[in-house]
Design a protein around this ligand. Structure first.
Ligand code: SAH
Ligand code: SF4
Ligand code: F3S
Length: 444
């Protein structure tokens, strides 16, 4: 029985594509091996968003080279965004790589593998198809990712994603809703809709089959058995009133929006080509909070973008305080080949300033998140139980609708949603104890 070993880098899209690779390889009779050294097929699903992603992968690829030297029959397959970015040179620079495929080509992994085993590798092409239509081996039994679109039509000047994932293309609402219904039948209660810019969903669909993002959210939430709907990542420019209304009116749609800001400085935002300035972003936050006052907001922030001054950076820190984020991912700018910023802007913020800024920003993010999460103490949260806590297996762990990890005492079954009284908060987690399900008033 052939065995494969799969290593995944990068974002949720890649994690989801890897589920498809597992499904596909399983259907071809491969079994997963936890040990790369024992595998007949070594697969990497790669990321190239920052230089650090490339470096991490290079270390792993070096391991594959060593294994291939020891066992020349091993097949090395490299998929994902880095593979796409290197499609011209990968076989020349890394001759021990047998198969390369882009993120839109997960479906071809099986075919390429068959050809490789017949020793007849042809030229490979990169075409777009939804990996969402392939068999899947889900990571978690009660939660699922659902791909709703591929690619991105934005032109954020620092970002390599449009180059490697291509133009935006929406999957049909029927295919999405059928997949969600099948997942629900299979025990899934929470779905996360995935796209590089999820909320521009549907604009490219034919007029007679068009469905907007807000409508899709509501339709997914209405699938019997689905109790929670999340999505990532939206672009602030495409959050419309109808999306806020769905958050307000549809209980299955979670009390959380990940709203990447990237910077708090209007000048930097302009150079990033984000198409909004600080004030427009803050206005949007105001409209969201008007609709759903308690909503959790998280974000992505970049420090050290070309030309970022101390004053620009101070604007990013003050944005964090002003919005009051429940959490944020912070990144140091990394010049990417082929992007506008990477090619045409001088990466002029000194490394020391970048390190100092990221450290300062993390402190502000943590302090703000700690203050925000403290509001949950004394409340009862609805927690979707995932299983025993990783840090303390005597307790259970799950997530609130606000997308915060909640560790709690008391018995609970994975996949159920249970009430938990919150006793304490850190900047990233909540702790509490299970309480009885409230009985409706008048029931005796
Ligand atoms: N499509 C999503 C995610 C893009 S990648 C979105 O637009 O939200 C995830 C995050 O990586 C981005 O939000 C951005 O903060 C960061 N990022 C992208 N390119 C980067 C670069 N060249 N250097 C540093 N961070 C980057
Ligand atoms: Fe990259 Fe911008 Fe598209 Fe996000 S919206 S994937 S940051 S180009
Ligand atoms: Fe990386 Fe590709 Fe995702 S570059 S962040 S794996 S879209």
């Amino acid at each position: 029985m052939p065995r494969y070993h799969l290593t995944t880098f990068g974002c949720q899209m890649n994690a989801h594509d890897s589920e498809r690779m597992r499904g596909l390889l399983g259907s071809l009779g491969y079994h997963e091996s936890p040990d790369r050294d024992a595998a007949d097929l070594i697969v990497f699903n790669t990321c190239t968003i920052r230089g650090s992603a490339d470096e991490r992968f290079m270390g792993n690829l070096g391991e594959a080279r060593r294994i291939k030297r020891e066992r020349p029959d091993v097949v090395v397959a490299v998929g994902g965004c880095w593979a796409q970015s290197q499609k011209e040179s990968v076989f020349r620079d890394f001759p021990f790589v047998d198969i390369a495929f882009g993120p839109g080509e997960v479906n071809r992994l099986g075919e390429l593998l068959a050809r490789e085993r017949l020793q007849a590798v042809g030229a490979f092409t990169f075409d777009g198809r939804f990996s969402g239509d392939l068999p899947s081996l889900r990571e978690r039994p009660h939660q699922a990712w659902v791909q709703i679109s591929v690619g991105c039509n934005c032109v954020c000047s620092y970002c390599i994603v449009p180059t490697v994932r291509g133009r935006e293309s929406s999957r049909s609402p029927q295919a999405i809703l059928e997949e969600v219904a099948a997942q629900a039948d299979d025990g899934v209660v929470e779905v996360t809709l995935l796209g590089q810019n999820v909320n521009s969903y549907g604009r490219d669909l034919p007029a007679d089959a068009r469905m907007g993002f807000a409508e899709l959210l509501a339709a997914v939430a209405a699938v019997p058995g689905i109790r929670r709907v999340r999505y990532t990542s939206p672009h602030p420019k495409d959050i419309r009133a109808d999306v806020i209304a769905v958050h307000r009116d549809v209980p299955e749609v979670c009390t959380h929006i990940h709203l990447p800001a990237q910077s708090g400085s209007s000048r930097v935002l302009k150079a990033m080509r984000r198409t909004y300035d600080r004030q427009r972003y803050l206005d949007l936050v105001g409209r969201i909070r008007e609709g759903v006052p308690d909503i959790a907001l998280t974000t992505d922030l970049i420090v050290g973008f070309p030309g970022e001054s101390d004053a620009d950076f101070a604007d990013t820190e003050s944005l964090v305080r002003e919005v009051g984020y429940d959490g944020a991912y912070t990144f140091v700018y990394s010049a990417r080949p082929g992007t506008e910023a990477g090619e045409q802007m001088d990466d002029d913020v000194p490394p020391e300033a970048k390190s100092e800024r990221i450290a300062g920003l993390i402190e502000v993010v943590q302090a703000t998140a700690r203050e925000r999460l403290a509001r949950h103490v004394g409340r009862v949260a609805e927690v979707l139980v995932e299983g025993p806590s990783r840090t303390d297996p005597s307790r259970m762990s799950g997530r609130s609708s606000h997308n915060v990890t909640v560790n709690f005492d008391g018995a609970a079954e994975a996949g159920t949603i249970v009430p938990v009284a919150i006793d304490a908060a850190t900047s990233t987690t909540l702790a509490g104890h299970r309480v009885p399900v409230p009985q409706p008033a008048g029931a005796a």
